[in-house]
Design a protein around this ligand. Structure first.
Ligand code: AMP
Length: 589
């Protein structure tokens, strides 16, 4: 397929707000692709040239792109910047400029050729590589037609946001095969252990569904992480899963460790590669993990060797950084409390019972039972039969500065990408009642009035996630309680995510409309006094037709947070990991 034809599909996707229509367009696109084009198309549609967890870095500063494109059109960079600011999108600006050119290029470049050129450009290294990248990219833009240029320009500056998620892509692949979404579950199962849409699409097209169903975890490809259900009493834990294993809930950040020989790769829960950030953990895995080939998980938490105590989350999280890594590693050493094993020496263990996985994990960690020496430590575990014992372990964990406990079903399998009763979290409260914070997705913001006008942000809208339909529903608009630096941080994180129209996955009442909408990406942990009901929020809201049948009215109001406060930015969580509507319903009971 030519890149030009591919761009026409992108245009159709861009023009629709309906997820179903997008699914159909994508299915049509994939059915017209050759097998060898599937992976390229899947990555390009996500604005990338590789699966998300193996990002190829373009490192293109917008300013430099503008400079080299201005040169291409023989105009001043300032003039191009001005046009772009007016238009609000570099893609359409470049398309417009190309359309005005005397001879309009009717490029016959295939997707494959454009893809290969982008890869080559991204891989330039060494002295003068920025210049070569810019030159190569401008050259590529000169070779394609205006519509192709519109989308191509957005890729290296990270602005190709087509507003559909990986789940829509899976639906589309199903649609291509069957004309409906019936294969989503099966495809999703493969995706959970091998989240590479390009690979899944290729295998499906080339070898069919049965081959996709055989896709297994592989070292250095992250497995989408399992999540825990929550419960608010120890007795409920016993009622739900009976005799179980209790582990402390360490309050740090989760890492999935992949090791083969001496090579170690660390993935965050958002499936980002974090190896370079934690050289101390990499070294500890090389020294202390005996298995040759292993995938295991743990919670990294800051540790004070002088007092033998854990550091609070606010300190641990300072280890997440791009610069000054080795200094911070000395200041805040990490321990990796390891709690699960998913793969060992060629065998996939996600279907093995938890007790067996944990046993294998313990056997593969060389431990001295001495926290001053060990850095990779199996999570402490206690088998319990009674609620009273759970309460005692919970109190003990909280007294040690931990978050609470995790209860694990002894026979439970590892359920990738799923929130499951095989793991239950029981967290400490700030009041006498056990309450939990809520992980919300930032959906948009208002400019604000008074003092805040100077800030550029006065309030932000947050929502929760509905995994069934891949949609976000609002639960609070937050305009107070943030420190100045928190407002600045929030704005700097969300400003680059600005989109021209409200994303089709957002379900928002008109009264909650924002000045600026953003792509769902940033997760914030919110604490509230209470969950109340409100007709202006859409989380859990039920609508019905009015008596005349001409309009809609609220039948049951939605859930809303009373006195919401920002606790933390949860940059380790993806928007799909935000609290779900189902959980909100349970918490509010
Ligand atoms: P939450 O992020 O509140 O949904 O709680 C689940 C998270 O707790 C996991 O994703 C881990 O990052 C963290 N965690 C801490 N200790 C453990 C443990 N022992 N077992 C599993 N997860 C743990």
């Amino acid at each position: 397929m030519t890149f030009s034809q591919f761009s026409s599909y992108i245009q159709k996707i861009e023009e629709t707000a309906s997820r179903l229509t997008m699914t159909e367009i994508l299915a049509d696109l994939f059915s017209h692709l050759d097998v060898h084009e599937c992976a390229h198309a899947a990555y390009l549609l996500q604005g990338n040239i590789s699966p998300k967890y193996r990002p190829q870095q373009f490192n293109f500063a917008e300013k430099l792109v503008i400079r080299s494109l201005a040169e291409l059109f023989s105009i001043q960079p300032a003039q191009l910047t001005q046009q772009y600011k007016q238009e609000g999108d570099l893609g359409t600006t470049i398309q417009g400029l190309k359309q005005k050119q005397k001879s309009i290029n009717k490029s016959k470049h295939t997707i494959e050729v454009v893809f290969a050129k982008l890869v080559a450009i991204a891989q330039y290294e060494g002295a003068g590589s920025q210049e070569r990248k810019m030159h190569g990219f401008a050259q590529l833009i000169s070779e394609v037609d205006p519509l192709s240029a519109r989308y191509l320009v957005r890729i290296p500056v990270g602005a190709l946001r087509l507003g559909f998620s990986d789940m829509t892509m899976l639906d589309a692949l199903s649609w291509m095969m069957t004309g409906d979404k019936s294969l989503r579950r099966k495809l999703q199962k493969a995706y959970h252990v091998f989240p590479d849409l390009g690979y899944i699409g290729t295998v499906l097209k080339k070898q069919g569904l049965s081959a996709v169903e055989k896709i297994k975890p592989e070292v250095f490809t992250p497995i989408i992480m399992m999540r825990a259900e929550r419960i608010t009493s120890a007795q409920d834990i016993i009622d739900k899963i009976g005799t179980c294993i209790i582990e402390p809930k360490y309050d740090g950040f989760r890492l999935q460790v992949h090791k083969k020989g001496d090579k170690v790769v660390l993935f965050t829960r958002g499936l980002e590669v974090a190896t370079y950030m934690y050289p101390d953990i990499v070294k500890a895995v090389q020294d202390e993990v005996s298995a040759d080939e292993i995938i295991f998980e743990g919670e990294a938490i800051g540790y004070n060797p002088e007092t033998s105590s854990f550091l609070p989350f606010q300190l641990t999280v300072q280890r997440k950084r791009k610069h000054g890594i080795s200094e911070k590693a000395k200041e805040i050493p990490l321990k990796l409390y390891s709690f699960d094993l998913l793969y060992l020496d060629g065998t996939n263990h996600i279907h093995s019972p938890f007790v067996e996985r944990k046993k294998l994990l313990r056997e593969n960690i060389d431990n001295h039972n001495d926290a001053t020496k060990d850095s990779i430590i199996p999570a402490e575990e206690t088998v319990v039969e009674e609620a009273k014992r759970i309460e005692a372990l919970f109190d003990d964990a909280v007294a040690r500065g931990l978050e609470g406990i995790m209860a694990k079903k002894m026979t439970g399998t590892y359920q990738p990408g799923t929130r499951d009763w095989n793991w239950i979290k029981y967290k400490k409260s700030y009041s006498s009642k056990v309450t939990d914070t809520i992980d919300c997705v930032v959906m948009g913001y208002d400019f604000g009035k008074g003092k805040r006008t100077a800030f550029g942000i006065g309030a932000f809208l947050v929502g929760v996630f509905d995994p069934k339909n891949d949609q976000y529903f609002t639960i609070a608009k937050i305009g107070t309680g943030l420190k100045d630096e928190e407002w600045h941080k929030l704005l700097s994180l969300i400003k680059p995510l600005k989109v021209a129209h409200i994303p089709s996955s957002f379900i928002v009442d008109d009264l909650m409309a924002c000045d600026v909408w953003v792509t769902p990406k940033i997760v914030v942990e919110i604490r509230a006094d209470e969950i109340t009901r409100s007709p202006v929020h859409t989380a859990g809201r039920v609508m019905q037709k009015t008596k005349t049948g001409t309009a809609m009215e609220v039948k049951e109001p939605g859930y809303a947070l009373r006195f919401p406060r920002l606790e933390h930015f949860r940059l380790d969580k993806s928007p799909q990991e935000a609290t779900s509507i189902k959980e909100i319903k349970t918490i509010s009971l």
